[in-house]
Ligand binder design. Structure first.
Ligand SMILES: Cc1ncc(COP(=O)(O)O)c(C=O)c1O
Length: 359
């Protein structure tokens, strides 16, 4: 059957641990794209986009939703709607919306970020947020929004934590936005409905192109009026898409077929972590393995060489220091995990051999 992938691509995807964004649409998803009824979504006439928006709004427990091409654009539109020029948003300093979105809120919105140090599990504390909210004083920007993230580097933020943080923000008149790029992973890990995780926040940005495996797509969910304003913000950020139903169809397919299997990625990440932890030279943060990410330190001087050794064997990893992030996903089976474990063991065996030869 035609899958659109060459054999080399399929092999590469099976052993690509860099991110869950590397997945390629398979035959079922491509068929859904081909069959999707479409219309001009800027006129509000694409039935597949509308069905995706309604479906996700319902799952998130929000009245309305809007389809975006990316998580970055969805987060930025949310910031532009929640905040005016001269206002600020408070966020974890390690959160994507602060550290990895090119300062878009400041560049395009005149909105200043106020980053807070995240704890070991990626969370903020109510006391930190409370202390960060500015009193009414012309010296300060106006604190308008609290931005949270779930999961944070694969770590699940508990319901109690999100509830408490949102309560502090709301009590001071701030709104709360959740970057839920991987919030489905959190819902699966907690075994709670998505709507429960989203209940304390005013808006949530949900990516379909991470663990759910679509090529494109993020859905922003919130109140009717918030989403009406987000349509305008999306226009400012480059405009809407036309017959986008071919892309939305991937999201609907993913909710039906890929969401139910997300737990497999979590189980595979745990198996990977356990396998790596059994290799004496590797240090693995076992307590950090809560969803589909594993963080492992191969030891000083080994990051680049290990990455190159594995690449020569068709296994792709990133080489962040000190901890390499390894991500499991839909285009991966147990064989890929075995391949990586074998590769890492092979790397240290040859490194030990080189040492013996040198001495
Ligand atoms: C937590 C988080 N938020 C937002 C994004 C942005 O998503 P996109 O790459 O679709 O812009 C990412 C991307 O990896 C992410 O990890």
């Amino acid at each position: 059957m035609y899958t659109g992938m060459s054999q080399e691509n399929e092999a590469a995807a099976r052993a690509d641990f860099r991110s869950d964004t590397v997945t390629r649409p398979g035959a079922g998803m491509r068929a859904a794209m081909a069959e999707a009824p479409v219309g001009d979504d800027v006129y509000g006439e694409d039935p597949t986009v509308r069905r995706l928006e309604e479906t996700l709004a319902g799952m998130a427990g929000k009245p309305a939703a809007l389809f975006f091409p990316s998580g970055t654009q969805s987060n930025l539109a949310a910031l532009l709607v929640h905040c005016r020029r001269g206002e600020e948003y408070i966020a974890g300093g390690g959160y994507h919306i602060f550290s990895n979105e090119a300062g878009g809120a400041a560049v395009l919105g005149g909105i200043s970020p106020f980053p807070l140090a995240c704890g070991e599990t990626g969370g903020l504390t109510p006391a930190q947020v409370s202390a960060a909210i500015k009193p009414e004083d012309s010296h300060y920007p106006v604190s308008r929004l609290l931005c949270l993230e779930n999961t944070v580097s694969g770590r699940v933020q508990s319901l109690e934590r999100i509830d408490a943080l949102a309560a502090v923000a709301h009590d001071s008149g701030l709104s709360v936005h959740l970057d839920g790029a991987r919030v489905f992973n959190a819902a699966v890990a907690l075994d709670r409905p998505l709507a429960r995780l989203c209940a304390p926040v005013d808006s949530v940005s949900i990516c379909l192109s991470k663990g759910l495996g679509t090529p494109v797509g993020t859905v922003l969910c919130g109140a009717e009026d918030f989403i009406r304003q987000a349509v305008r913000a999306r226009k400012i950020l480059g405009g809407g898409m036309r017959q986008a139903g071919v892309l939305a169809a991937c999201g609907l397919y993913a909710l039906e077929h890929n969401l139910p299997r997300l737990g497999e990625d979590h189980a595979r990440a745990r198996r990977l972590a356990e396998g790596l932890a059994a290799i004496p030279a590797m240090t693995v943060e076992m307590s950090a393995v809560e969803t589909n990410m594993v963080f492992a330190d191969p030891g000083p001087g080994h990051h680049g060489p290990l990455q190159r050794f594995l690449a020569e064997r068709g296994i792709r990893i990133a080489a962040q220091e000190p901890n390499i992030r390894l991500v499991t996903h839909l285009d991966m089976d147990d064989g890929a995990v075995d391949l990586l474990l074998e590769g890492v063991r092979g790397y240290y065996a040859q490194a030990a051999g080189k040492l013996r030869t040198a001495s």
